[in-house]
Design a protein around this ligand. Structure first.
Ligand SMILES: [Zn+2]
Length: 146
């Protein structure tokens, strides 16, 4: 894991927007969008693969038992798994897709560059969700992984 200088997720508008769109796709997940405000971005996966945009965050406290575990969303534009782990760790596993719209933002943050996203990046974000249709998605509860 590449360590990111600890920053509040609210300082990463593309990741915030991405998660705000992804989380409601799982209507069985007891995660409130408001909770995003209390996440700190602490790292990104160091595998170096172009089709991976996995990031790690920390929540202010331990997760509720009913939220703990891994929640998958197959968007057909990469595989996304939300992991709610011990000690309030949240991992957004995003793999198998080269165009995750917040990837460039994370790379900037790694270099302590806090400039705002460009209009082009917002277009990429819109494109990602534009073609996401509920009927094309599989939703799988993977249970708890320790
Ligand atoms: Zn990776």
């Amino acid at each position: 894991m590449k360590k990111i200088p600890k920053i509040k997720l609210t300082q990463a508008p593309l990741i915030m927007a991405f998660l705000k769109n992804i989380i409601p796709l799982r209507d069985d997940m007891p995660f409130d969008i408001e909770m995003l405000k209390h996440l700190t971005l602490i790292g990104m996966c160091g595998c170096g693969q172009k089709d991976c945009a996995t990031i790690t965050c920390r929540y202010i406290k331990e997760w509720n038992e009913d939220l703990k575990g891994s929640w998958g969303v197959n968007t057909n534009q990469g595989i996304i798994i939300l992991h709610f782990l011990n000690k309030g760790i949240f991992e957004l596993e995003a793999i198998d897709y080269e165009q995750f719209p917040y990837r460039s933002e994370v790379q900037r943050l790694l270099h302590k560059n806090y400039i705002k996203p460009t209009p082009k990046e917002y277009e990429k974000l819109d494109r990602y969700f534009k073609y996401l249709k509920e009927e094309n998605m599989n939703v799988v509860n993977l249970g708890e992984i320790e």
